[in-house]
Design a protein around this ligand. Structure first.
Ligand SMILES: Nc1ncnc2c1ncn2[C@@H]1O[C@H](COP(=O)(O)OP(=O)(O)OP(=O)(O)O)[C@@H](O)[C@H]1O
Ligand SMILES: [Mg+2]
Length: 223
């Protein structure tokens, strides 16, 4: 007899008939723990809007959204979801914070001015900064970095907190080949070993085709 231990499907994100303005209508989708999802579609198709609706950065106008089997209205644990926004490189260049400080914001939900991240968390942060080659520039002002360096810092920030879901809106724009490869490999490892759920908006499905198990095609409602 074989063990049947984890036969239960754990739904992490569920959308039922979600609509928003004239951009999205009756979007339904299920994302389960451990899924590696690609979201594709044309410019202006509504991909970024969809992610913002999931993250409650925009308020849906119709339909239902559940996160970790909880209606979105009642869901509080947004720290379980890491997010790298599409335009995260276009940060105000005068923003007065160093790379290190920005990455530390990844722990913001549990640390305050008076508490510190644990030794283990700091080690993981060092490991990620090393991997993304930003250790040497960690004391630089975020605004003084190149676009690609800044994007790598934003990805590190989303990962330090070890989220259960990572939502990435074209995170590779402006990142060089080497760093992209590091990123794809790390995501693959986290997806396979930790069951990290990955949601990746991309215009380059070819690069991800061996990693993803679901693809959603989003296109604006034609009116
Ligand atoms: N808050 C808003 N209110 C009204 N329209 C909006 C709003 N935000 C975005 N839009 C419009 O909604 C459409 C979808 O935009 P969105 O950014 O979601 O597309 P996208 O699929 O992410 O495109 P891209 O591949 O270029 O990133 C666009 O026509 C955009 O102008
Ligand atoms: Mg977009």
């Amino acid at each position: 007899m074989r063990w049947v231990v984890n036969n239960l499907v754990e739904k992490i994100i569920e959308l039922k008939n979600v609509g928003y303005k004239n951009i999205l209508s009756t979007i339904s989708l299920d994302i389960e723990r451990g899924d590696y999802v690609a979201i594709i579609g044309p410019n202006g198709g509504g991909k970024s809007t969809l992610l913002k609706l999931i993250l409650k950065l925009l308020k849906k106008e119709s339909g239902e959204i559940s996160l970790f089997s909880t209606p979105q209205d009642k869901f509080k644990d947004f720290y379980k979801i890491g997010y790298v926004a599409q335009n995260s490189v276009q940060i105000d260049t005068n923003f007065p914070a160093t790379v290190h400080e920005i990455i530390n914001l990844g722990f913001a939900h549990k640390t305050s001015l008076f508490t510190k991240s644990s030794e283990q968390e700091r080690e993981y942060m060092e490991y990620l900064m090393e991997k993304f080659a930003i250790s040497d520039i960690k004391d630089y002002q975020i605004g003084s970095l190149s676009g690609g360096q800044r994007q790598r810092a934003m990805i590190t920030r989303a990962l330090v907190n070890q989220p259960e879901v990572l939502i990435l809106d074209e995170p590779n724009a402006g990142i060089d080949e080497n760093s992209q490869e590091t990123f794809y490999t790390l995501l693959r490892e986290l997806n396979q070993s930790k069951k990290l759920t990955v949601i990746f908006v991309t215009h380059d499905l070819g690069r991800l085709k061996n990693d993803v198990n679901k693809v959603f095609h989003i296109n604006k409602v034609l009116s």
